[in-house]
Design a protein around this ligand. Sequence first.
Ligand code: PLP
Length: 378
Amino acid sequence: MIIDLDANATYAPTEEIQGVIQHAWKRLGNPSSLHRGGQRARAEIEKAREAVRRLVGAEKDDLVVFTSGATEANNTALDAGWRSIAVSAVEHPCVLGPARRIQAAGGDVRIIPVNAHGAIESTGLVQSLTADTELLSVMSANNETGVENDVEVLGTLARKVNPRILVHTDAAQSLGKRSISFTGMGVDLLTLSGHKIGALSGVGALVIKHGVAIRPLLLGGSQEYKIRGGTENVLGIVSFGEVAELASETLAARIDAMSAARDAFEDALSQAIDDCEFNGRAAPRLPNTSSVYIPGALGDDIVVALDLEEILVSSGAACSSGKPEPSHVLLAMGQGEDRVRSTIRVSFRADQSVTLVPRVVDTIARVVSRMRVEGVLK
Ligand code: PLP
């Protein structure tokens, strides 16, 4: 049986969600059509919008704008004509990329450092802001380490430097793993991704606080409040609404299940491989994520060896043009390239239990000891 421990990459829809999609697929037309197929689709989209709004604790007047995913939502938030922004060093490339483009166009872009645990410190934040900084973008939780930011506290500090600053958070990884309150966090913009909680991939959302004006990234029809033109991804949105509904009802149990499995995994792995270390363990972390440094073995090699054993994890190294780049997240935490290349990420689903931990840990210990004997790093 395949054990998928790569939930932070994507969370495959359960059979229940697959059933909902099958059913919707046969009934729904283009939501802009006036006939019944169109109207049914429109009603389903609005139902999904309310489910997502509830899950993230947004107010009635805040806009939930469906997008093609968190990448598009982040690009929409960042590429909105800002001249002065601050983003953290460990953001996802779909935040750092638009930030670099603003910089290349002559904008003022400040990169907020993180400490050795991957957390943003208040001094680092304040030093990266000026009275003219228009947008602050800090992720709610990091995809590689699971390290979480207290966005409410960071936003409050930022507003002391510039009371007019807008605060954006990429909550793609927190959704379904933490209770999110758009209003409680005091943010103006919040990014979500459907496939990180079991919806189809290719759907996400940008939540926009009532009254905040955002320039559309895509110009087209009047869909999604004219902020995101183009025929909606109806099936994706329906699946997103359905998982949002379920996640709202079951969040506490999901968090308990994920943290029980992750913590049991870390305890058992430390016993089996006594020199392994967990990145970000000293900081507040998502309940499901473990970023493990295993000296004497390459992360990519471990991933491939585990795949042969039907265990799916990730090395956290983004592969661009066939050449794996060491993780910018771990480098920003002050780690050397060798350590970064010897790291894997294990991320649990909410429907997994501690019973799979012994097989996973035994297998990792076996493949790592083989690699150490073979001296693969030499
Ligand atoms: N932001 C974070 C923190 C992510 O982990 C991801 C996915 O890897 C994204 C954004 C991009 O999400 P999507 O695949 O929905 O575009």
